[in-house]
Design a protein around this ligand. Structure first.
Ligand SMILES: Cc1ncc(COP(=O)(O)O)c(C=O)c1O
Length: 436
C-alpha cells in the first residue's frame, strides 16, 4: 500500500483529533516505530521529537514492554474490574505507590485506574467534590486552576483548562473555575483566605504547564501552592499526566518541590507510552471518606477498560526499565544537551527566550517577527523540520522538544542545530515545507 493510498483512505474514513480537516496537510503515514524514530510508508525515518504526544518514554517498541504485552495478552487480555482483580493491576498499584512522592504529612495509598489523562482528571474532580460533601463540607464545591493550564478535553477537564481556543465552543457547558497565575502566589493566597470554605480543590500541573506553552514554575511556587492548600483545608491535586515518569528530570515533578499532593493524576507515560491507561491516586483519608454501609457513599465511577491487564503489564515493564536501565541518568544527559544547545541559540535575533528541565527543551520565538510568517511561523518551522527528518509540533511561537529517553544527546544536538539553521535561513526559506 502506498502512502498516497493510505492518505486517501484516511481522508475518506477518519476524523482526526485537533485537526481542521478542510485545510490540514496530508497526515504522515507511519507504518512502524523503533527507538526514537517513526518509520514512514515512503521509507523516511523521522525523529519523534515530541514522544508521540508526550506518551512514549523509553523509545518505541522497547523489547521489555513488547514482550510483557505479548505475554499478558495470552494470559489475561481483559476482565471487568468491578468485583474482579488481577495480578498486573495489583502489582502495578503496589509498585507505583512505593515510588510516588512521599514527603508527608500524608502518603498516597489508593490507586483508581481509568483510561487517559482526561479521565484521570475527571476522576480527581469527582473524588474531590464527593469527598468534601461526605466529610460534611458540602459547600466546598468550587475548583481553582491556573492561567495557561490544560487538563484534557472532557467537559470537567475543559472547565479547568485555560487555553480558551480549545474550549470556547463549549463555554456554556463548563462550570465556573477560579483562575490564578503561576508566577505569583498572592492571588491564590487572597482567594483561599476569602473563599476556602467554598473550594474543594486546587488543580496544578506542577513545575511545567504543557499545552499552555511549556511554562515553568519554580519549586517554591509548587511548594507554596501545596502549603496554602493544607493551611486552608483544600485538596491539592497534582496533574502529572505530562510531567510524570521522568519528563522533568525526577520521576515525578512534585519531587522538585518536596510535596505530596492529596490527589495525583497519571496517564501518558504510565505504560511507557504503549497503551492507554491512567491512574488517579489518593490519600487514605480521602479513600476512607467513601467507606460506609451504603452504595451511595461509594465512588460510582468506572470505565469498561479500567485497569486493563495488558496496559498494566506494560506499566510494570516500564517500571522495570526505570529500575534496570539508568533512565534518570539518560534524562540528565538529555537535559545537559538541551542546556548547551539552547544556551547557544538564546542570542539568536529570532529567539525571545529558552528554557529546559529534564527531557524538555523550549525555545520561544520572538512575537515581533513580522507579517504572515509571525502567525504561521511555528507551523512552517515544523514542516521544514519534517523535511529534515524531525517531528516537532510547536505551540504557536513556542518550539519545544520532548523526545523519548532513548534519544541520544547527539540526536538532540542535531535537532536544535537544525532548528538554528532554519532560523538562520529566515522566514522565506523556512516557509517552504514539503507540502507547500
Ligand atoms: C497535564 C495534562 N493533563 C491532562 C491531559 C489529558 O490527557 P489525555 O490527552 O490523555 O486525555 C493532558 C494532555 O496533554 C495534559 O498535558
Amino acid at each position: 500500500m502506498t502512502s498516497a493510498t493510505l492518505a486517501q483512505r484516511d481522508r475518506a474514513a477518519i476524523w482526526h483529533p485537533f485537526t481542521q480537516a478542510a485545510t490540514a496537510p496530508e497526515p504522515l503515514a507511519v507504518v512502524a516505530a523503533h527507538g526514537a524514530y517513526l518509520e514512514l510508508a515512503d521509507g523516511r525515518r523521522v525523529l519523534d521529537g515530541i514522544s508521540s504526544w508526550w506518551t512514549n518514554l523509553h523509545g518505541h517498541g522497547h523489547p521489555r514492554i513488547a514482550q510483557a504485552v505479548a505475554r499478558q495478552v495470552e494470559t489475561l487480555d481483559h476482565v471487568i474490574f468491578a468485583g474482579c482483580t488481577h495480578p498486573p493491576a495489583v502489582e502495578l498499584a503496589e509498585r507505583l505507590l512505593q515510588r510516588l512522592p512521599d514527603f508527608g504529612p500524608e502518603r498516597l495509598t489508593r490507586v483508581f485506574y481509568s483510561d487517559d489523562g482526561s479521565t484521570a482528571v475527571e476522576v480527581a474532580l469527582k473524588i474531590a467534590f464527593q469527598y468534601q460533601a461526605q466529610r460534611g463540607k458540602p459547600d466546598k464545591r468550587g475548583f481553582v486552576a491556573f492561567q495557561h493550564g490544560y487538563h484534557g478535553d472532557t467537559v470537567g477537564a475543559m472547565a479547568l483548562g485555560d487555553p480558551e481556543e480549545y474550549a470556547s465552543p463549549f463555554a456554556p457547558l463548563l462550570f465556573p473555575v477560579a483562575r490564578v497565575p503561576t508566577d505569583d502566589l498572592q492571588p491564590l493566597r487572597d482567594l483561599l483566605w476569602k473563599d476556602a470554605d467554598r473550594i474543594a480543590a486546587v488543580v496544578l500541573e506542577p513545575m511545567v504547564q504543557g499545552a499552555g506553552g511549556m511554562r515553568f514554575q519554580t519549586p517554591e511556587f509548587v511548594r507554596g501552592v501545596a502549603d496554602l492548600c493544607r493551611a486552608h483545608d483544600v485538596l491539592f491535586v497534582a496533574d502529572e499526566v505530562m510531567t510524570g515518569f521522568g519528563r522533568t528530570g525526577k520521576l515525578f515533578a512534585c519531587e522538585h518541590a518536596g510535596v505530596t499532593p492529596d490527589l495525583m493524576c497519571l496517564a501518558k507515560g504510565l505504560t511507557g507510552g504503549t497503551l492507554p491507561l491512567a491512574a488517579t491516586v489518593a490519600t487514605e483519608k480521602i479513600y476512607e471518606a467513601f467507606l460506609g454501609p451504603s452504595a451511595h457513599t461509594a465512588f460510582l465511577h468506572g470505565h469498561s477498560f479500567t485497569a486493563n491487564p495488558v496496559a498494566c503489564a506494560a506499566g510494570l515493564a516500564s517500571l522495570d526499565i526505570f529500575d534496570h536501565e539508568g533512565v534518570l541518568e539518560r534524562i540528565a544527559a538529555l537535559q545537559q544537551t538541551h542546556a548547551a544547545e539552547l544556551t547557544a541559540l538564546s542570542s539568536h535575533p529570532q529567539v525571545a527566550s529558552v528554557r529546559w528541565l529534564g527531557s524538555i527543551g523550549v525555545l520561544e520565538l520572538r512575537e515581533e517577527a513580522s507579517g504572515y510568517f509571525a502567525v504561521e511561523r511555528g507551523r512552517k518551522l515544523a514542516r521544514a523540520l519534517l523535511d529534515r527528518g524531525i517531528l516537532l509540533r510547536p505551540l504557536g511561537p513556542v518550539v519545544y522538544a520532548l523526545p523519548p529517553y532513548a534519544t541520544t544527546p547527539d540526536e538532540v544536538t542535531r535537532l536544535w542545530r537544525t532548528v538554528g539553521d532554519l532560523l538562520d535561513d529566515g522566514p522565506s526559506r523556512t516557509a517552504q515545507g514539503p507540502q507547500q
